[in-house]
Design a protein around this ligand. Structure first.
Ligand code: ADA
Length: 570
Protein backbone atom coordinates (compact mmCIF):
# COMPACT_ATOMS: atom_id res chain seq x y z
CA UNK A 1 0.00 0.00 0.00
CA UNK A 2 1.41 3.38 -1.06
CA UNK A 3 -1.17 5.66 0.65
CA UNK A 4 -4.67 5.23 2.13
CA UNK A 5 -6.04 6.90 -1.00
CA UNK A 6 -5.14 7.05 -4.72
CA UNK A 7 -2.69 9.89 -5.39
CA UNK A 8 -2.79 9.60 -9.18
CA UNK A 9 -5.25 8.81 -11.95
CA UNK A 10 -3.09 10.19 -14.77
CA UNK A 11 0.48 9.42 -13.64
CA UNK A 12 1.50 5.74 -13.80
CA UNK A 13 2.51 4.49 -10.35
CA UNK A 14 3.48 1.05 -9.07
CA UNK A 15 4.84 -0.12 -5.71
CA UNK A 16 7.89 -2.37 -6.09
CA UNK A 17 6.65 -4.62 -3.29
CA UNK A 18 7.84 -8.18 -2.94
CA UNK A 19 11.12 -10.10 -2.91
CA UNK A 20 14.26 -8.24 -3.94
CA UNK A 21 17.59 -9.99 -4.31
CA UNK A 22 19.81 -9.24 -1.31
CA UNK A 23 23.33 -9.71 -0.04
CA UNK A 24 25.27 -8.42 2.94
CA UNK A 25 28.26 -6.27 2.07
CA UNK A 26 31.58 -5.71 3.82
CA UNK A 27 32.02 -2.35 2.09
CA UNK A 28 29.95 0.23 0.18
CA UNK A 29 32.75 0.96 -2.26
CA UNK A 30 31.53 -1.33 -5.03
CA UNK A 31 28.39 -3.08 -6.15
CA UNK A 32 28.15 -6.82 -5.37
CA UNK A 33 28.80 -9.31 -8.13
CA UNK A 34 26.21 -11.77 -6.78
CA UNK A 35 23.25 -11.90 -4.42
CA UNK A 36 22.84 -14.88 -2.10
CA UNK A 37 19.28 -14.46 -0.84
CA UNK A 38 15.95 -12.69 -1.20
CA UNK A 39 14.38 -10.23 1.27
CA UNK A 40 10.85 -8.92 1.25
CA UNK A 41 10.40 -5.19 0.61
CA UNK A 42 9.21 -3.25 2.51
CA UNK A 43 10.81 -4.85 5.55
CA UNK A 44 13.64 -4.72 8.08
CA UNK A 45 16.47 -7.14 7.51
CA UNK A 46 16.26 -7.91 11.25
CA UNK A 47 12.96 -9.69 10.53
CA UNK A 48 15.08 -12.40 8.90
CA UNK A 49 16.21 -14.66 11.80
CA UNK A 50 19.77 -14.80 10.45
CA UNK A 51 20.04 -10.98 10.60
CA UNK A 52 18.12 -10.32 13.81
CA UNK A 53 20.90 -8.03 15.09
CA UNK A 54 22.81 -7.32 11.85
CA UNK A 55 24.41 -3.89 11.86
CA UNK A 56 26.19 -3.20 8.57
CA UNK A 57 25.58 -2.78 4.85
CA UNK A 58 23.16 -4.67 2.62
CA UNK A 59 22.53 -4.45 -1.14
CA UNK A 60 19.04 -4.92 -2.57
CA UNK A 61 18.53 -5.53 -6.32
CA UNK A 62 15.40 -5.34 -8.47
CA UNK A 63 15.07 -5.55 -12.24
CA UNK A 64 12.35 -3.49 -13.96
CA UNK A 65 11.08 -3.62 -17.52
CA UNK A 66 10.37 -0.38 -19.41
CA UNK A 67 7.95 -0.77 -22.32
CA UNK A 68 8.89 2.47 -24.11
CA UNK A 69 11.33 5.31 -23.47
CA UNK A 70 10.15 7.03 -20.29
CA UNK A 71 11.14 9.41 -17.51
CA UNK A 72 11.37 7.12 -14.46
CA UNK A 73 10.81 8.52 -10.96
CA UNK A 74 11.63 6.37 -7.94
CA UNK A 75 10.38 7.28 -4.46
CA UNK A 76 11.81 5.64 -1.37
CA UNK A 77 9.48 6.08 1.60
CA UNK A 78 12.06 4.91 4.13
CA UNK A 79 15.56 3.40 3.86
CA UNK A 80 17.27 2.76 7.19
CA UNK A 81 19.29 4.60 7.77
CA UNK A 82 21.48 5.65 4.80
CA UNK A 83 20.72 4.78 1.16
CA UNK A 84 22.92 4.76 -1.93
CA UNK A 85 20.85 4.16 -5.06
CA UNK A 86 22.24 2.90 -8.37
CA UNK A 87 20.33 2.77 -11.67
CA UNK A 88 21.98 0.51 -14.26
CA UNK A 89 25.14 0.62 -12.07
CA UNK A 90 25.22 4.45 -12.06
CA UNK A 91 25.01 6.14 -8.63
CA UNK A 92 21.88 8.33 -8.76
CA UNK A 93 21.10 9.24 -5.14
CA UNK A 94 22.32 9.19 -1.58
CA UNK A 95 19.98 9.87 1.36
CA UNK A 96 20.49 9.96 5.13
CA UNK A 97 17.68 9.30 7.61
CA UNK A 98 15.36 6.32 7.86
CA UNK A 99 12.36 8.47 8.74
CA UNK A 100 12.01 10.75 5.74
CA UNK A 101 11.25 9.92 2.13
CA UNK A 102 13.31 10.86 -0.90
CA UNK A 103 12.88 10.50 -4.66
CA UNK A 104 14.97 10.66 -7.81
CA UNK A 105 14.31 10.98 -11.54
CA UNK A 106 16.11 9.11 -14.32
CA UNK A 107 15.08 10.82 -17.58
CA UNK A 108 14.66 9.12 -20.96
CA UNK A 109 15.08 5.49 -19.85
CA UNK A 110 15.05 3.30 -22.95
CA UNK A 111 12.81 0.31 -23.63
CA UNK A 112 13.95 -2.97 -22.00
CA UNK A 113 15.27 -4.29 -18.69
CA UNK A 114 16.95 -2.03 -16.15
CA UNK A 115 18.52 -2.63 -12.74
CA UNK A 116 17.91 -0.83 -9.47
CA UNK A 117 20.38 -1.47 -6.64
CA UNK A 118 20.04 0.12 -3.20
CA UNK A 119 22.77 -0.20 -0.59
CA UNK A 120 21.32 0.33 2.89
CA UNK A 121 23.57 1.11 5.85
CA UNK A 122 22.52 1.02 9.53
CA UNK A 123 25.97 1.34 11.09
CA UNK A 124 26.80 3.79 13.87
CA UNK A 125 29.59 6.12 12.77
CA UNK A 126 30.67 9.73 13.33
CA UNK A 127 28.99 10.55 9.98
CA UNK A 128 25.61 9.66 11.50
CA UNK A 129 24.71 12.32 14.05
CA UNK A 130 21.05 11.34 14.48
CA UNK A 131 21.05 7.56 14.17
CA UNK A 132 23.16 6.57 17.18
CA UNK A 133 22.83 3.84 19.87
CA UNK A 134 19.65 5.12 21.53
CA UNK A 135 16.57 4.15 23.52
CA UNK A 136 14.96 2.71 20.38
CA UNK A 137 16.32 0.37 17.72
CA UNK A 138 17.95 1.51 14.48
CA UNK A 139 16.79 -1.13 12.01
CA UNK A 140 18.26 -1.79 8.56
CA UNK A 141 16.85 -2.06 5.07
CA UNK A 142 14.18 -0.84 2.68
CA UNK A 143 11.79 -0.51 5.59
CA UNK A 144 9.01 1.46 3.83
CA UNK A 145 7.54 1.25 0.31
CA UNK A 146 9.52 1.82 -2.89
CA UNK A 147 7.41 3.38 -5.66
CA UNK A 148 8.12 3.52 -9.40
CA UNK A 149 6.43 6.18 -11.55
CA UNK A 150 6.67 7.31 -15.15
CA UNK A 151 6.37 11.09 -15.45
CA UNK A 152 6.07 13.67 -18.22
CA UNK A 153 8.90 16.10 -18.99
CA UNK A 154 7.13 18.49 -16.58
CA UNK A 155 5.53 16.96 -13.50
CA UNK A 156 3.85 18.12 -10.30
CA UNK A 157 6.54 17.78 -7.63
CA UNK A 158 4.43 18.88 -4.67
CA UNK A 159 1.10 20.42 -3.67
CA UNK A 160 0.42 22.27 -0.43
CA UNK A 161 -3.01 23.23 0.91
CA UNK A 162 -3.32 25.77 3.73
CA UNK A 163 -6.85 26.20 5.13
CA UNK A 164 -7.84 29.42 6.89
CA UNK A 165 -10.91 30.76 8.65
CA UNK A 166 -11.82 34.44 9.04
CA UNK A 167 -14.97 36.55 9.07
CA UNK A 168 -17.03 33.37 9.28
CA UNK A 169 -15.61 31.96 6.04
CA UNK A 170 -13.23 29.15 5.14
CA UNK A 171 -10.53 29.85 2.58
CA UNK A 172 -7.42 28.09 1.31
CA UNK A 173 -4.09 28.87 -0.22
CA UNK A 174 -2.91 26.25 -2.72
CA UNK A 175 0.66 26.05 -3.99
CA UNK A 176 1.68 23.72 -6.83
CA UNK A 177 5.38 23.07 -7.47
CA UNK A 178 6.17 22.15 -11.10
CA UNK A 179 9.47 20.66 -12.18
CA UNK A 180 10.65 20.67 -15.82
CA UNK A 181 13.23 17.88 -16.05
CA UNK A 182 13.72 18.28 -19.81
CA UNK A 183 15.82 20.50 -22.07
CA UNK A 184 12.69 22.02 -23.66
CA UNK A 185 10.45 24.90 -22.59
CA UNK A 186 6.79 24.13 -22.01
CA UNK A 187 3.65 26.26 -21.71
CA UNK A 188 1.61 24.97 -18.79
CA UNK A 189 -1.50 25.53 -16.74
CA UNK A 190 -3.25 23.75 -13.88
CA UNK A 191 -6.82 22.89 -13.04
CA UNK A 192 -7.77 22.25 -9.41
CA UNK A 193 -10.78 20.36 -8.04
CA UNK A 194 -11.94 19.80 -4.47
CA UNK A 195 -14.10 16.69 -4.49
CA UNK A 196 -16.60 17.58 -7.22
CA UNK A 197 -16.16 21.35 -7.00
CA UNK A 198 -13.97 23.15 -9.53
CA UNK A 199 -11.58 25.36 -7.59
CA UNK A 200 -9.53 26.53 -10.57
CA UNK A 201 -10.73 25.72 -14.06
CA UNK A 202 -8.41 25.35 -17.02
CA UNK A 203 -9.84 28.60 -18.47
CA UNK A 204 -9.34 30.51 -15.19
CA UNK A 205 -5.61 30.92 -15.56
CA UNK A 206 -3.03 31.86 -18.12
CA UNK A 207 -0.41 29.64 -19.73
CA UNK A 208 2.88 29.80 -17.82
CA UNK A 209 6.14 29.15 -19.64
CA UNK A 210 8.58 26.94 -17.75
CA UNK A 211 12.15 26.95 -19.03
CA UNK A 212 14.27 23.79 -19.35
CA UNK A 213 15.58 22.20 -16.13
CA UNK A 214 13.72 24.66 -13.91
CA UNK A 215 10.91 24.77 -11.37
CA UNK A 216 8.08 27.15 -10.66
CA UNK A 217 5.24 27.50 -8.15
CA UNK A 218 1.63 28.14 -9.20
CA UNK A 219 -0.36 29.82 -6.41
CA UNK A 220 -4.13 30.01 -6.03
CA UNK A 221 -6.41 31.24 -3.26
CA UNK A 222 -10.04 30.38 -2.92
CA UNK A 223 -12.95 30.99 -0.50
CA UNK A 224 -15.34 28.13 0.21
CA UNK A 225 -18.98 28.04 1.25
CA UNK A 226 -20.55 25.40 3.60
CA UNK A 227 -17.40 23.45 4.34
CA UNK A 228 -17.39 20.38 6.60
CA UNK A 229 -14.69 21.07 9.23
CA UNK A 230 -12.08 18.51 10.21
CA UNK A 231 -12.21 17.72 13.94
CA UNK A 232 -11.90 14.76 16.28
CA UNK A 233 -15.58 13.86 16.23
CA UNK A 234 -16.11 14.32 12.50
CA UNK A 235 -12.78 14.28 10.65
CA UNK A 236 -14.12 15.38 7.27
CA UNK A 237 -11.66 15.02 4.42
CA UNK A 238 -11.67 16.29 0.85
CA UNK A 239 -9.80 15.10 -2.25
CA UNK A 240 -7.74 17.93 -3.71
CA UNK A 241 -7.17 16.92 -7.34
CA UNK A 242 -4.57 18.97 -9.27
CA UNK A 243 -4.20 18.35 -13.02
CA UNK A 244 -1.43 19.72 -15.23
CA UNK A 245 -1.92 20.63 -18.89
CA UNK A 246 0.59 21.66 -21.54
CA UNK A 247 -0.36 23.83 -24.49
CA UNK A 248 0.15 21.18 -27.16
CA UNK A 249 -2.11 18.52 -25.60
CA UNK A 250 -5.80 18.41 -24.70
CA UNK A 251 -5.53 15.75 -21.99
CA UNK A 252 -3.67 16.40 -18.72
CA UNK A 253 0.00 15.31 -18.74
CA UNK A 254 0.18 14.77 -14.98
CA UNK A 255 -1.87 14.88 -11.78
CA UNK A 256 -1.37 14.98 -8.02
CA UNK A 257 -4.17 14.13 -5.59
CA UNK A 258 -3.91 15.07 -1.92
CA UNK A 259 -6.42 14.47 0.87
CA UNK A 260 -7.00 17.60 2.94
CA UNK A 261 -9.11 18.93 5.80
CA UNK A 262 -10.45 22.30 6.82
CA UNK A 263 -9.22 23.03 10.33
CA UNK A 264 -7.17 25.65 12.12
CA UNK A 265 -4.86 25.23 15.11
CA UNK A 266 -3.90 28.07 17.42
CA UNK A 267 -2.79 28.86 20.94
CA UNK A 268 -4.71 31.26 23.14
CA UNK A 269 -3.55 31.93 26.70
CA UNK A 270 -2.87 28.49 28.16
CA UNK A 271 -5.06 26.55 25.73
CA UNK A 272 -4.66 24.86 22.35
CA UNK A 273 -7.58 25.72 20.07
CA UNK A 274 -8.84 23.60 17.19
CA UNK A 275 -11.15 25.61 14.94
CA UNK A 276 -11.28 28.22 17.68
CA UNK A 277 -12.39 25.80 20.41
CA UNK A 278 -10.11 24.54 23.26
CA UNK A 279 -9.07 20.89 23.09
CA UNK A 280 -7.38 18.68 25.70
CA UNK A 281 -4.70 16.39 24.27
CA UNK A 282 -4.67 12.88 25.80
CA UNK A 283 -2.47 10.40 24.10
CA UNK A 284 0.55 8.23 23.71
CA UNK A 285 4.13 8.41 22.64
CA UNK A 286 4.37 5.73 19.95
CA UNK A 287 7.60 4.33 18.48
CA UNK A 288 7.34 2.74 15.03
CA UNK A 289 8.15 -0.74 16.27
CA UNK A 290 5.97 -3.88 16.25
CA UNK A 291 7.43 -7.18 17.47
CA UNK A 292 9.15 -9.10 14.67
CA UNK A 293 8.26 -6.61 11.92
CA UNK A 294 10.38 -3.93 13.60
CA UNK A 295 9.94 -0.41 12.21
CA UNK A 296 8.44 -1.74 8.97
CA UNK A 297 4.84 -1.88 10.16
CA UNK A 298 2.23 -3.17 7.70
CA UNK A 299 -0.91 -1.06 7.79
CA UNK A 300 -3.00 -3.94 9.20
CA UNK A 301 -0.78 -3.84 12.30
CA UNK A 302 -0.80 -0.04 12.44
CA UNK A 303 -4.60 -0.29 12.41
CA UNK A 304 -4.39 -2.49 15.52
CA UNK A 305 -2.43 0.30 17.24
CA UNK A 306 -5.01 2.84 16.13
CA UNK A 307 -7.86 0.68 17.46
CA UNK A 308 -6.13 0.13 20.81
CA UNK A 309 -5.36 3.86 21.27
CA UNK A 310 -8.96 4.77 20.50
CA UNK A 311 -10.20 1.98 22.80
CA UNK A 312 -8.21 3.64 25.57
CA UNK A 313 -10.02 6.91 24.77
CA UNK A 314 -6.89 8.62 23.48
CA UNK A 315 -7.25 11.44 20.96
CA UNK A 316 -3.58 12.02 20.09
CA UNK A 317 -0.23 10.44 19.30
CA UNK A 318 3.27 11.89 19.52
CA UNK A 319 5.59 10.53 16.83
CA UNK A 320 8.52 10.08 19.23
CA UNK A 321 11.21 10.83 18.13
CA UNK A 322 11.07 11.14 14.36
CA UNK A 323 8.70 11.75 11.41
CA UNK A 324 6.25 8.90 10.93
CA UNK A 325 4.98 6.72 8.09
CA UNK A 326 2.66 8.86 5.93
CA UNK A 327 0.17 6.01 5.78
CA UNK A 328 -0.15 6.07 9.59
CA UNK A 329 -0.69 9.84 9.34
CA UNK A 330 -3.38 9.09 6.72
CA UNK A 331 -5.04 6.88 9.36
CA UNK A 332 -4.88 9.70 11.91
CA UNK A 333 -6.50 12.02 9.35
CA UNK A 334 -9.33 9.54 8.84
CA UNK A 335 -9.79 8.74 12.54
CA UNK A 336 -9.57 12.31 13.86
CA UNK A 337 -6.47 11.57 15.93
CA UNK A 338 -4.33 14.68 16.66
CA UNK A 339 -0.62 14.30 15.90
CA UNK A 340 2.45 15.94 17.42
CA UNK A 341 5.06 15.15 14.78
CA UNK A 342 8.70 15.85 15.48
CA UNK A 343 12.05 15.81 13.79
CA UNK A 344 14.54 13.03 14.40
CA UNK A 345 16.30 13.65 17.71
CA UNK A 346 16.38 11.96 21.09
CA UNK A 347 18.38 12.99 24.10
CA UNK A 348 21.47 14.51 22.50
CA UNK A 349 24.08 16.08 24.78
CA UNK A 350 25.71 19.33 23.68
CA UNK A 351 28.73 17.32 22.58
CA UNK A 352 26.51 15.18 20.35
CA UNK A 353 24.74 18.29 19.02
CA UNK A 354 28.18 19.67 18.08
CA UNK A 355 28.81 16.72 15.74
CA UNK A 356 29.67 18.51 12.46
CA UNK A 357 26.83 16.70 10.67
CA UNK A 358 24.17 17.36 13.32
CA UNK A 359 22.73 20.67 12.16
CA UNK A 360 22.55 19.79 8.46
CA UNK A 361 20.98 16.40 9.22
CA UNK A 362 18.39 18.11 11.43
CA UNK A 363 17.73 20.75 8.79
CA UNK A 364 17.24 18.14 6.07
CA UNK A 365 14.92 16.11 8.31
CA UNK A 366 12.75 19.12 9.13
CA UNK A 367 12.56 20.18 5.47
CA UNK A 368 11.63 16.68 4.28
CA UNK A 369 9.17 16.16 7.14
CA UNK A 370 7.22 19.36 6.52
CA UNK A 371 7.38 19.14 2.71
CA UNK A 372 5.88 15.65 2.66
CA UNK A 373 3.52 15.85 5.66
CA UNK A 374 2.26 19.44 5.44
CA UNK A 375 -1.22 18.56 4.18
CA UNK A 376 -2.20 16.19 7.00
CA UNK A 377 -4.94 17.93 8.99
CA UNK A 378 -4.23 15.57 11.91
CA UNK A 379 -0.80 17.14 12.49
CA UNK A 380 -1.50 20.00 14.91
CA UNK A 381 1.97 20.48 16.46
CA UNK A 382 5.53 20.43 15.11
CA UNK A 383 8.17 19.35 17.62
CA UNK A 384 11.96 19.23 17.57
CA UNK A 385 14.98 18.04 19.57
CA UNK A 386 13.49 15.86 22.31
CA UNK A 387 15.53 16.26 25.55
CA UNK A 388 18.54 17.87 23.88
CA UNK A 389 20.87 20.50 25.38
CA UNK A 390 18.32 23.28 25.82
CA UNK A 391 20.04 24.46 29.01
CA UNK A 392 23.09 25.67 27.08
CA UNK A 393 23.61 28.78 24.92
CA UNK A 394 25.03 26.70 22.05
CA UNK A 395 22.05 24.35 22.28
CA UNK A 396 19.69 27.31 22.35
CA UNK A 397 21.15 28.62 19.12
CA UNK A 398 20.22 25.34 17.41
CA UNK A 399 16.69 25.28 18.89
CA UNK A 400 16.23 28.87 17.70
CA UNK A 401 17.49 28.04 14.19
CA UNK A 402 15.27 24.97 13.84
CA UNK A 403 12.15 26.76 15.06
CA UNK A 404 12.87 29.55 12.57
CA UNK A 405 13.17 26.96 9.81
CA UNK A 406 9.81 25.42 10.75
CA UNK A 407 8.09 28.82 10.90
CA UNK A 408 9.54 29.71 7.49
CA UNK A 409 7.88 26.61 6.04
CA UNK A 410 4.66 26.56 8.07
CA UNK A 411 3.08 29.39 10.05
CA UNK A 412 -0.16 27.46 10.54
CA UNK A 413 0.89 25.17 13.40
CA UNK A 414 2.26 25.80 16.94
CA UNK A 415 5.74 24.52 17.84
CA UNK A 416 7.22 22.92 20.92
CA UNK A 417 9.94 20.60 22.20
CA UNK A 418 9.95 18.17 25.10
CA UNK A 419 12.45 19.22 27.74
CA UNK A 420 13.98 17.31 30.63
CA UNK A 421 16.29 20.19 31.61
CA UNK A 422 14.04 21.02 34.56
CA UNK A 423 14.78 24.23 36.51
CA UNK A 424 17.54 25.16 34.05
CA UNK A 425 16.08 25.19 30.53
CA UNK A 426 16.74 28.49 28.69
CA UNK A 427 14.58 27.90 25.60
CA UNK A 428 10.98 28.17 26.86
CA UNK A 429 10.63 31.59 25.25
CA UNK A 430 11.07 29.96 21.83
CA UNK A 431 7.95 27.76 21.99
CA UNK A 432 4.22 28.23 21.58
CA UNK A 433 3.59 25.31 23.95
CA UNK A 434 5.73 24.28 26.95
CA UNK A 435 6.27 20.51 27.07
CA UNK A 436 7.99 18.65 29.89
CA UNK A 437 8.99 15.01 30.32
CA UNK A 438 8.61 14.01 33.98
CA UNK A 439 8.73 10.50 35.47
CA UNK A 440 7.43 10.94 39.02
CA UNK A 441 7.36 7.58 40.75
CA UNK A 442 9.71 5.93 38.27
CA UNK A 443 12.95 7.94 37.97
CA UNK A 444 11.77 10.12 40.85
CA UNK A 445 11.20 8.62 44.29
CA UNK A 446 7.61 9.84 44.70
CA UNK A 447 5.67 7.01 46.29
CA UNK A 448 2.15 8.40 46.52
CA UNK A 449 -0.28 10.89 45.04
CA UNK A 450 0.62 13.64 47.51
CA UNK A 451 4.34 13.37 46.72
CA UNK A 452 3.61 13.46 42.99
CA UNK A 453 1.44 16.54 43.42
CA UNK A 454 4.17 18.25 45.47
CA UNK A 455 6.82 17.52 42.84
CA UNK A 456 4.49 18.67 40.07
CA UNK A 457 3.79 21.98 41.84
CA UNK A 458 7.55 22.64 42.05
CA UNK A 459 7.79 22.05 38.29
CA UNK A 460 4.84 24.37 37.69
CA UNK A 461 6.37 27.10 39.85
CA UNK A 462 9.58 26.84 37.82
CA UNK A 463 7.69 27.06 34.51
CA UNK A 464 5.77 30.08 35.80
CA UNK A 465 9.08 31.77 36.60
CA UNK A 466 10.34 31.40 33.02
CA UNK A 467 9.34 32.76 29.63
CA UNK A 468 7.04 29.76 29.44
CA UNK A 469 4.72 31.46 31.92
CA UNK A 470 1.11 31.57 30.74
CA UNK A 471 1.71 29.26 27.76
CA UNK A 472 -0.15 25.95 27.37
CA UNK A 473 1.65 23.12 29.21
CA UNK A 474 1.80 19.55 27.91
CA UNK A 475 3.19 16.71 30.00
CA UNK A 476 4.88 15.15 26.99
CA UNK A 477 6.17 12.03 28.70
CA UNK A 478 5.32 10.25 31.95
CA UNK A 479 4.91 6.64 33.06
CA UNK A 480 6.94 3.67 34.26
CA UNK A 481 8.23 0.27 33.24
CA UNK A 482 6.39 -3.04 33.51
CA UNK A 483 7.48 -6.37 32.10
CA UNK A 484 4.44 -8.03 30.55
CA UNK A 485 3.30 -10.92 32.73
CA UNK A 486 5.42 -9.94 35.75
CA UNK A 487 3.16 -9.55 38.79
CA UNK A 488 4.28 -8.82 42.34
CA UNK A 489 2.30 -8.46 45.61
CA UNK A 490 5.04 -5.97 46.58
CA UNK A 491 4.01 -3.87 43.56
CA UNK A 492 7.75 -3.39 42.96
CA UNK A 493 9.35 -1.75 39.95
CA UNK A 494 8.98 -3.67 36.67
CA UNK A 495 5.77 -5.27 37.93
CA UNK A 496 2.55 -4.49 36.11
CA UNK A 497 1.11 -3.43 39.47
CA UNK A 498 3.70 -0.67 39.94
CA UNK A 499 3.10 0.69 36.44
CA UNK A 500 -0.64 0.69 37.23
CA UNK A 501 -0.05 2.71 40.42
CA UNK A 502 2.25 5.23 38.72
CA UNK A 503 -0.21 5.84 35.89
CA UNK A 504 -3.21 6.02 38.23
CA UNK A 505 -1.53 8.67 40.36
CA UNK A 506 0.04 10.72 37.58
CA UNK A 507 -3.06 10.68 35.37
CA UNK A 508 -5.21 11.85 38.29
CA UNK A 509 -2.90 14.87 38.63
CA UNK A 510 -2.24 15.72 34.99
CA UNK A 511 -5.81 15.32 33.77
CA UNK A 512 -7.13 17.63 36.44
CA UNK A 513 -4.74 20.60 36.54
CA UNK A 514 -6.15 23.79 34.93
CA UNK A 515 -2.82 24.87 33.46
CA UNK A 516 -2.25 21.57 31.63
CA UNK A 517 -3.70 21.18 28.12
CA UNK A 518 -2.28 17.80 27.26
CA UNK A 519 -0.64 14.59 28.47
CA UNK A 520 1.22 11.92 26.47
CA UNK A 521 1.90 8.62 28.24
CA UNK A 522 5.34 7.13 27.74
CA UNK A 523 4.75 4.89 25.98
CA UNK A 524 2.09 3.12 23.89
CA UNK A 525 3.95 -0.16 23.30
CA UNK A 526 7.23 -1.73 24.38
CA UNK A 527 9.94 -1.19 21.79
CA UNK A 528 13.29 -2.78 21.02
CA UNK A 529 16.55 -1.07 22.05
CA UNK A 530 20.12 -1.92 20.99
CA UNK A 531 22.26 -4.22 23.11
CA UNK A 532 24.99 -1.59 22.81
CA UNK A 533 24.88 0.87 25.78
CA UNK A 534 21.17 0.20 26.42
CA UNK A 535 20.97 -3.56 26.92
CA UNK A 536 22.28 -3.33 30.49
CA UNK A 537 19.58 -0.87 31.63
CA UNK A 538 16.69 -2.21 29.57
CA UNK A 539 15.49 -5.69 30.57
CA UNK A 540 14.87 -7.90 27.48
CA UNK A 541 16.76 -5.16 25.53
CA UNK A 542 13.35 -3.51 25.36
CA UNK A 543 12.00 -0.21 26.61
CA UNK A 544 9.28 -1.79 28.76
CA UNK A 545 7.20 1.31 29.53
CA UNK A 546 4.49 0.34 27.07
CA UNK A 547 0.86 0.06 28.15
CA UNK A 548 0.89 -2.90 25.79
CA UNK A 549 3.90 -5.08 25.03
CA UNK A 550 5.55 -5.40 21.62
CA UNK A 551 2.87 -7.90 20.55
CA UNK A 552 0.18 -5.43 21.66
CA UNK A 553 -0.84 -7.56 24.67
CA UNK A 554 -2.39 -5.18 27.24
CA UNK A 555 -0.76 -4.83 30.66
CA UNK A 556 -2.67 -4.16 33.91
CA UNK A 557 -2.40 -0.38 33.41
CA UNK A 558 -4.42 -0.57 30.16
CA UNK A 559 -7.62 -0.43 32.23
CA UNK A 560 -6.63 2.63 34.26
CA UNK A 561 -5.55 4.55 31.16
CA UNK A 562 -8.85 3.70 29.48
CA UNK A 563 -10.80 4.75 32.57
CA UNK A 564 -8.98 8.03 33.21
CA UNK A 565 -8.72 9.11 29.57
CA UNK A 566 -12.40 8.22 29.33
CA UNK A 567 -13.34 10.59 32.13
CA UNK A 568 -11.44 13.49 30.57
CA UNK A 569 -13.45 15.46 28.06
CA UNK A 570 -11.27 16.41 25.13
C1 ADA B 1 13.13 9.98 27.89
C2 ADA B 1 13.07 9.89 26.37
C3 ADA B 1 12.31 8.70 25.86
C4 ADA B 1 12.61 7.45 26.68
C5 ADA B 1 12.26 7.72 28.14
C6 ADA B 1 12.56 6.51 29.02
O1 ADA B 1 12.14 10.81 28.39
O2 ADA B 1 12.48 11.05 25.80
O3 ADA B 1 12.71 8.48 24.51
O4 ADA B 1 13.99 7.15 26.56
O5 ADA B 1 13.07 8.79 28.61
O6 ADA B 1 11.97 5.44 28.74
O7 ADA B 1 13.35 6.66 29.94
Amino acid sequence: MIRMFDQHKVRYQKELEGYWEFTKLQSKDELPKSYDQKLFVPGCWESNIQMIDYRGYGAYRKTITVDSTSNIRLSFKGVSHTADVYFDCKHVARHYNAFTEFSLVVPKVGEGEHEIVVIADNTFTEESALHIPNDYYCYGGLVKPVVLETIADVYIKNVSFTPGFSNGKWSSNIEIVLDNISNKSYKLKAAVFLDDETVVSKNDNEWVELLPSSQTVLKFSKDFEDVREWNAKSPSLYMLDVRLFESEKEAPIDDFIERVGFRTVSVEENRILLNGKPVFIKGFNRHEDFASSGCSIPMQLAAIDMDLMKDMNANSVRTCHYPNDERFLDMCDEQGIFVWEENHARGFSLEQMLNPNFEKQCEDCISEMITSHYNHPSIIIWGILNECASETPQGRRMYEKQFAQIKSMDKSRPVTFATCRHFKDICLDLVDIVSVNIYYGWYGEEQCLEEIEASYLKELQWISSTEGNGKPVIISEFGGGAIYGYHSPARCKWSEERQYDILKNTLSVYLNRPEICGAYIWQFADCRVPDEKWGIIRPRTMNNKGIVDEYRRPKLSYSVVKEYFGYKQA
